[in-house]
Ligand binder design. Structure first.
Ligand SMILES: CC(C)(COP(=O)(O)OP(=O)(O)OC[C@H]1O[C@@H](n2cnc3c(N)ncnc32)[C@H](O)[C@@H]1OP(=O)(O)O)[C@@H](O)C(=O)NCCC(=O)NCCS
Length: 441
């Protein structure tokens, strides 16, 4: 279990800017853009909009969860294609759906240590460009053929291959240790925690309602860049295309379950969809922000990652990580003006909320009291991944940016963000508003 530790003794990391592309359903308008393309467009635009001179940047920490076989170091490839100097450090991080939370945590650590002052932290995902693999037998035959000295020997290498050996293999969204897909794992959680289909659909409908309202009010438009759509570049992707302003719980109730067709409760409507997109934030030391005259939107006050046995309840990581991040911040759930919980599935959010409020779970993790209930008026107030989409590596940065902007609008003092992740991991981050600066000293 994660050690609760003490608040970071080092310099505070200010979140000073952020940006994301529209989030589009995989196979749509971003199908001709790789994760590197999306990341490059995003980081270029983010740096330009920030007004921070490129020479001030120290690092780009970036991730991609389903990596291209052609690009092993997405962060460096993105950084090299932007206007940032070639001397800027870049490294790739991966923590499944919490990848850009990991990028932001690494950035905060680098700033706290005094190793860096200005860092881009984010991620990009192109599930339209997911790698297609060859079977192990075909791969072995190709290696043997490449070593063969004559044409007959080369042909001999392929003898014995069957049709199934030469069929391309798509990447699987399954948990290697359990063999279950994310959806099947969430289905098990729904059953074990008694999360009913009606509650899931009501939660999903609210996610769409809030995201649609946030677009209609212009809030999300401020946070999203425009992307010209290749190959002809005659159209512009300017908005997320998964949000539906006509989603109702009644319409969602008609959708068939997809992961357990007979008895299941999880549908395309109450799951996050496969999505393409990129998001990033700029984190900066408080001193540097002051020196450059840049006003922080928020400060990264604490973070925590946690993990459990994937064979138990795969997506309950937030219930383990959130108490640790709150303890490290010296705050409670009741202090949070906003809570943003990544929505892999409505069943996963509702399961985590149940454990947040559970005395039995509190005892299990050695706490006297449960974390508590979250006022629905403070939770995912501008929608979440079910409605907005979930480009795995970009989601954490999307949440950091979206929450920081909402904190600014509401003059919020504190916010908690969480994400579940494959491997049965969880992430939690506590953000402070600029007004709470002195209090957290
Ligand atoms: C759930 C999943 C399998 C659905 O994929 P899909 O079948 O391509 O989904 P679609 O978008 O085509 O939706 C299926 C149907 O539901 C309908 N639907 C989806 N969302 C809806 C909504 N909000 N309101 C009404 N109808 C909706 C679609 O219109 C479609 O209807 P149709 O068949 O009549 O065209 C896929 O999104 C998935 O795998 N998600 C999980 C991703 C995951 O594991 N993430 C990891 C989390 S950590």
């Amino acid at each position: 279990m994660a050690k609760n530790g003490t608040p970071s003794p080092g310099r505070r990391a200010a979140l000073v800017a952020g940006l994301r592309t529209p989030f589009l359903k995989a196979g749509g308008d971003f199908r001709d853009l790789s994760a590197v393309d999306l990341g490059t467009l995003l980081v270029n635009e983010l740096v330009a909009r920030s007004g921070i001179p490129p020479r001030e940047f120290d690092a780009v920490i970036f991730g991609q969860v389903v990596p291209s076989q052609l690009v092993s170091l997405v962060a460096r490839e993105v950084a090299l294609r932007t206007q940032l100097p070639k001397s800027v450090q870049a490294w790739t991080v991966s923590r499944a759906c919490a990848t850009s939370f990991q990028a932001a945590a690494d950035a905060a650590d680098q700033i706290a240590l005094g190793h860096a002052d200005v860092i881009v932290a984010g991620g990009a995902e192109s599930l339209s460009d997911a790698p297609i693999f060859a079977s192990r037998k075909l791969a072995q035959a190709l290696v043997s053929a490449s070593r063969a000295k004559s044409l007959p020997q080369k042909l001999q290498a392929f003898a014995g291959l069957r049709l199934q050996d030469v069929t391309p293999v798509p990447p699987a969204l399954t948990e290697p240790t359990t063999g279950l897909s994310m959806g099947q794992s969430a289905e098990q959680m729904a059953q074990q925690n008694g999360i009913r289909r009606e509650a899931q659909d009501a939660f999903a409908a609210l996610s769409h309602r809030r995201a649609a309202d946030a677009w209609a009010s212009g809030k999300l438009g401020e946070e999203v860049m425009h992307v010209p759509v290749p190959p002809r570049y005659q159209r512009i992707a300017a908005k997320d295309n998964i949000v539906r302003d006509d989603t109702t719980a009644e319409a969602l109730a008609k959708l068939p379950p997809v992961f357990d067709r007979q008895h299941g409760t999880i549908t395309a409507g109450n799951s996050s969809p496969l999505t393409d997109g990129a998001a990033a934030v700029i984190l900066m030391s408080e001193e540097k922000a002051r020196a450059l005259g840049i006003r922080p939107l928020a400060f990264l006050r604490s973070y925590a990652f946690a993990a459990l046995d994937p064979g138990e309840q795969l997506l309950q990581g937030p219930a383990f990580a959130a108490p640790v991040a709150l303890d490290r911040a010296g705050l409670t759930l009741a202090d949070m003006d906003l809570v943003d919980m990544h929505e892999a599935f409505a069943a996963q959010v509702l399961s985590n909320l149940q454990w947040f409020g559970s005395r039995k779970f509190a005892e299990r993790i050695g706490r006297k009291e449960p974390l508590g209930e979250i006022d629905p008026g403070r939770l995912n107030v501008n929608g979440g991944s079910i409605a907005l989409g979930h480009p795995f590596a970009a989601t954490g940065a999307r949440m950091l940016w979206q929450t920081a902007k909402e904190m600014e609008r509401r003059k919020a003092r504190h916010a908690l963000l969480t994400a579940c992740a494959a491997g049965a991991m969880g992430a939690a981050v506590v953000l402070d508003g600029p007004e709470s600066r002195e209090e957290s000293r």
